[in-house]
Design a protein around this ligand. Sequence first.
Ligand SMILES: *Cc1c(COP(=O)(O)O)cnc(C)c1O
Length: 368
Amino acid sequence: MTRIPFLPLHDINARQAEALQAAASRVMASGWYLRGEETAAFERKFADYIGTAHCVGVANGLDALTLIFTALKIRHQWADGDEVLVPAMTFIATAEAVERAGLHPIFTEVTQDALIDPEALTAGLSEKTRAVCPVHLYGQMADMKAIQTFADAHGLLVVEDAAQAHGAQTDAGRAGALGTAAAFSFYPGKNLGALGDGGAVTTNDAALASLIRTLANYGAEQKYHHRYSGINSRLDEIQAAMLSVKLDRLDADNAHRRQVAAQYAEEITSPFVSLPYGGRSDSGIFHIYALRSPHRDKLQQHLHQVGIETLIHYPVPLHRQPVYSQAVTQSFPVAEQIAAEELSLPIGPTLNKESVHLIAQTINSFRL
Ligand SMILES: *Cc1c(COP(=O)(O)O)cnc(C)c1O
């Protein structure tokens, strides 16, 4: 039996084994494991890559988002329970970060591309709305121009959840450089993934970057002098060193993902599925290749029988999660339809043409 794993992290990292091992050994030998030169070097490198003046390395993507909202709440004196517009279809972290900052996530409808719908934002507005949090889900960028126009019209800030969008770019600019601040995750499975947890905030706002750094360091601007109630959230030296190595390959890996998407678009002809973005593969970085089918569960089983591993992102939209049961009376039909139909195909940077061909042929052989 063939076996095509969803994302073979071992193979992906093995391509840079020597450089990664050298980086790990260098950190081990340095005797310095936190808040050192490796982290500072990666922060500079990533800020340059994204095109922002500042990058603050933190422990994970959830912390990156939480720290942004906490810092904005302090700076703008937002009240507990003030509101942030969040798409109903995203990973739970987007909404959890808002809550951890003492704010309240308000869910809004998404487009057929699973991106926050600028037209649907008005429905979530209230006197307490302070910000909107577009998520560049699956590596495709939200309509940042329309969102910024809406935000400006209503006095809101824009915070990007760029946890799935390392390197994504449109004519509006690069993901992570377009709002007041952006959060990245370096979870191992992301397009830029560490060999453990990691995250970062990017921003052009020096004061905000500095406040986030303080909050991530127990609220201390100076050791043992705590100005705020903070947390401990650090990108460690080993992970920073790994990420500096892996960042060099990010553009090539993203280009490979776009090629795989183009091959899928060419070879998948099944009438039972629809391709993401109408088969276009010229934009975005395809963190997830989000196929859609009304027969999703059967199709997943059909692929599984041949040894092709697929995943679902995400089976339950946020307003239907038990933890947000207070929102359960709300209905977001597009988000619900995506949750019922989405099927993520393998699209990693080591996936070869033969495997893509086999996956396409297997989808084409699917019958009801
Ligand atoms: C991965 C992810 C996060 C959280 O990142 P962690 O590093 O796992 O905390 C946040 N938002 C989105 C959209 C993600 O995909």
